[in-house]
Design a protein around this ligand. Structure first.
Ligand code: GTP
Ligand code: MG
Length: 195
């Protein structure tokens, strides 16, 4: 996939601010600090278009990016960060529901998981939540550069089992550091976007 243009459209705090342009969309979900923004940046070859940080919980809005004027990537705020108040958690839940339950042009979600660790209960809940909307979920096992080659098979098998990934969904090993998995991720995304 050749990315010619990539720009931020809006950081949306509410539904009213979502872009109205009816082009297909892929959302990125995952634990806080897992590497969602880094994934976007690697896919589109921009160093820091999607803002990354070592401080978790940075992305608090739905950030819409437009790629080649053809589709959106939507960077969704992460979950599972302990230092979040009850009120903020409730706000996050409402944001998720407003987006995932109602966004007609959403074609698939990339659920980003850390390949080094067993998926958390929050990860399992998120996968199930996304599946109940009947859309494809691509599970991206990122930070592949942080484990030894010999561990890959075992980690991927464990992730598949813990999340109970459905037959129709892909599990894609990936690294935002090395770019490994990028071609497979693009192929899968393009098949969902039907461009
Ligand atoms: P929030 O927006 O806070 O939820 O975080 P995020 O999920 O967008 O994570 P982000 O992309 O900001 O990455 C968090 C940290 O992990 C950063 O320090 C990244 O450099 C690092 N990181 C992300 N992906 C990889 C990867 O594939 N390999 C390595 N080694 N580090 C990564
Ligand atoms: Mg982020």
């Amino acid at each position: 996939m050749k990315v010619n243009t990539a720009d931020i459209v809006i950081s949306a705090a509410s539904q009213k601010q979502y872009p109205k342009q009816p082009i297909p969309e892929i959302a990125l979900a995952g634990r806080s600090n897992v590497g969602k923004s880094s994934f976007i940046n690697k896919m589109i070859q921009r160093k820091n278009l999607a803002r990354t940080s070592s401080k978790p919980g940075k992305t608090q809005t739905l950030n819409f990016y437009i790629i080649n004027d053809q589709f959106h990537f939507v960077d969704v705020p992460g979950y599972g960060y302990a230092k979040v108040s009850k009120k903020e958690r409730a706000k996050w839940g409402k944001m998720m529901e407003e987006y995932f339950a109602e966004r007609e042009q959403l074609r698939a979600t990339a659920l980003i998981i850390d390949v080094r660790h067993k998926p958390t209960q929050d990860d399992v809940t998120m996968y199930d939540y996304l599946k109940h909307f009947g859309l494809p979920v691509m599970v991206i096992a990122t930070k592949l550069d942080k484990i030894k080659k010999g561990q890959r098979h075992k980690q991927l098998k464990m992730i598949r089992e813990v999340l109970e990934i459905e037959e129709e969904d892909d599990l894609i090993p990936f690294s935002s550091e090395t770019g490994e998995g990028k071609d497979v991720a693009w192929r899968t995304m393009l098949s969902h976007l039907k461009l």
